[in-house]
Write a protein that binds this ligand. Structure first.
Ligand SMILES: Cc1cc2nc3c(=O)[nH]c(=O)nc-3n(C[C@H](O)[C@H](O)[C@H](O)COP(=O)(O)O)c2cc1C
Length: 152
């Protein structure tokens, strides 16, 4: 059994909706992949060490990731050092009209662990559409499928 960890921050609920859509996408692989959806403020290093892949989900706030996700990185960076090298990850960002700052910051920090980006980032701008929900579902499905067949 593999574990897919979803760490999310969300203030008004958009990012959470996308993270939940990603969980839905992973559901068909439930026999092989356990999905854990955790708020960034409560996720910790033990959750990261137990994960076979991680999906990081955040809004863009002030040109950066949510403070809660940054806090997750701050708390886990040193305790995880040397223990999760190359852990596969993907990222989704819900932004008002940009999102590039959050994405760049996450990718930069992920290099430090180092985590391994295995899928193109999902960047959603503005109100969520059905297509955005579908893209998040597909992201979760692809991550879980890759885990289930040992692609990553
Ligand atoms: C304090 C604050 C700062 C924000 N800064 C940005 C920003 O720099 N760039 C951007 O595109 N959107 C920005 N937004 C908009 C949010 O990224 C957007 O509404 C997002 O979908 C919210 O996701 P959530 O509902 O998961 O919190 C900001 C929103 C808030 C509340």
């Amino acid at each position: 059994m593999k574990t897919l960890l979803l760490v999310y921050a969300s203030q008004s609920g958009r990012t959470l909706q996308l993270a939940e859509a990603a969980c839905l996408g992973a559901q068909p692989f439930a026999d092989e992949v356990t999905v854990r959806l955790l708020p960034a403020l409560t996720a910790g290093v033990a959750d990261l060490l137990a994960a076979d892949a991680v999906l990081l989900a955040t809004p863009e706030n002030f040109g950066y990731m949510a403070g809660a996700l940054k806090d997750f990185f701050d708390r886990t960076f040193y305790p995880a050092q040397g223990k999760i090298s190359g852990l596969p990850y993907a990222v989704l960002v819900s932004a008002g009209n940009d999102g590039r700052g959050a994405l760049a910051a996450i990718e930069r920090i992920a290099c430090g662990y180092p985590l391994r980006l295995v899928l193109p980032p999902l960047l959603v701008r503005g109100e969520l559409t059905a297509a955005d929900h579908a893209a998040a579902t597909e992201l979760g499905a692809t991550l879980a499928a890759g885990l289930s067949v040992g692609l990553w």
